[in-house]
Design a protein around this ligand. Sequence first.
Ligand SMILES: Cc1ncc(COP(=O)(O)O)c(C=O)c1O
Length: 385
Amino acid sequence: MNTPLRPTHLVINLSQLRRNVQAIRARVHPARVLVMLKANAYGHGLEGVAPYIEKYVDYIGVAVLDEGIALRRMGITRPILVAGGTLPEHVPFFLQHRLTLTVSEPLVLRAAEQASAAAGEPILVHLKIDTGMERAGVRWYEAESLLREAAACQHLRVEGIYTHFANSETLEDPSAPQDPLYAYASQQLARFEETLQWYERNNLPRPPLVHAANSAAILNLPQSYFDMVRPGILFYGIYPDDSALRSVQVEPAATWKSQVVYSKITRAGSPVSYGSLWATEADSRVVTIPCGYADGYFRRMTNQPKIIVNGKKYQQVGRICMDQCMANLQNDPAALGDEVILLGKASSGEKISPEDLAAWAGTNPYEVMTNIAARVPRVFLTEDE
Ligand SMILES: Cc1ncc(COP(=O)(O)O)c(C=O)c1O
C-alpha cells in the first residue's frame, strides 16, 4: 500500500468492490453488468477502480466524453457507454476512442452515421428513450421516427436501447399508494416496453442490449433487468435510499481516514473556531483534524458530525474550516498522529456511514461521495495486501 504524505486520505478496498459487483451479478443473472464509473468513480478514484474492476464487468458507463477518453488513456479496453448528452461536433471522438454514443435525437444520429461512413467503421450507438425523467432521451410517445431512422442507418451500429428511472427506489407512487400499478417506475417500465414493441411490429430484431435498471431498480424491480443493468451507488456498497429493498448484500468500500495533528486542553468557556459557534463547558481535550470543507467535509455539517478518534466516537465542534476541523474528546487522551476516521468502520467496530454524513449535511450519499475533493489522496488496496 502506498502511504500518502497527507494524513487525510480515502482508502478504497478494491476487493469489496469486486464482491459488490459479484453480488449484483448473482442477483441479475443472466443480465450483463455495466458499472457506472462517472464522477471519478463516484468519488472513489477512477485511476484505481477502473483497472482493477474492468475484468469483473461487461461494460463501463460514464456521464461525459472526457471521462470515457480518460479511461481509454488509462488503457481500459472494455466497452464504455457515455450516457450524457453529446453535441454533434464531438461525435468523431467516439470513433477515435471506441466509445459508445448515447443518441437521443436525429442531429447526433446523423452525425454518427456520417462519421461512421467516412471512417468505414461503425460507431456503436445506444438509443435513449425518455420514459418520464424529462432529462435526456427521445420521449416514448414520439420515439418512432428516431427508431425508424436509426434502423435505416447503414454505417453506425445500434447496439443498445435504454431508459432511466426517475424514482425506482420508491415502490409505490405517493400519489396513488393503494395501487402499485401506478408506481412511477412501473409506469416508466410499461412505456419502455411499449417503445420496444416497435421492433416486433416492424419485424425487426431489438438491439442486442436493452437496459434500464439503476441501483434502485436492481433492488426493487427484477422485471427491469432486460439484457444489462447499470448499477452506480450499489456497486460502491451504498444503498440508493432507505426505502429500497435490501435484495443484494453490499458493503461500502471507502474509508475516509485522517490523523490528529494538534491536541490540547481547551479551558472551560473557550469558544472554538470561526464565528465562536461553540464553547467548551469544562476543560476539555479538543483535537484538530486536517480535513475541512475544501476536502469535501461539508461546512454546513458544523457541530453535527461524529468523528472516530482512536476507535471511539466524538462530537465535531466549532465551525468546520476550509482545511481543518475540531473534535471534543472531553477527558480522553490523544496524541499527534492518532487515528481518525471520518467515514467508515474502525477496528473497534465503531462506524460512520455515508448515510450518517448525508443526514448531517442534509443531502444524500451520492453527493457525500462525489464531493470528496481531488486533493484527498486515494489509496487503493486489495485484501491480500
Ligand atoms: C443513465 C444512468 N444509468 C445508471 C446510473 C446509476 O444510478 P445509481 O447510482 O442510482 O445506480 C446513472 C446515475 O445517475 C445514470 O445516469
